[in-house]
Each structure stands twice: as structure tokens, then as C-alpha cells.
Design a protein. Sequence first.
Length: 83
Amino acid sequence: MEIFLFVLVGVASIIAFIMMGLDKRYAKKGKWRIPERTLWVTSLVGGAPGAWFGMIYFRHKTKHSLFQFGMPLLTITWMIILL
């Protein structure tokens, strides 16, 4: 079960990181965006560390207070679950 959770968080984090980068790129080009709900669902199922790192790396969604406080909180929650 532990290995499954580590793999889940790892894979979901990679996906969430990529999604943050793509959404930032789409925003700059004025194209169709990835819905925030999709970003949150990916984060809830384990991708919060990757989404948080993506927020910082791509400087994306950093002015949204829900993302500013929610992603770190979710990341801490997932780290506690993994411990």
C-alpha cells in the first residue's frame, strides 16, 4: 500500500506539474485553458507537490489566494499521509 501511495503521488505530481506549465503557456497565447477544477482534482489525488512546484516554477496561479494557500496545505497533507 505504501509503494502504491508513493507511486500515485509521484505520477500525479508529474502530471500536475506539466498541466501547470501547459496552462501557463495557453494563457500567454490566449488559447483554451485547463479548467481550475481539473488542476484541483489532479492535486487532490496526489499531485499537489507537483502543482505547487509548477506554480512556483512557471509563476502561474500565484496571485489566486485559493491556490496560494490551498496547494501548500494539500502538499503538507500528502506529505503527512506518506509518512
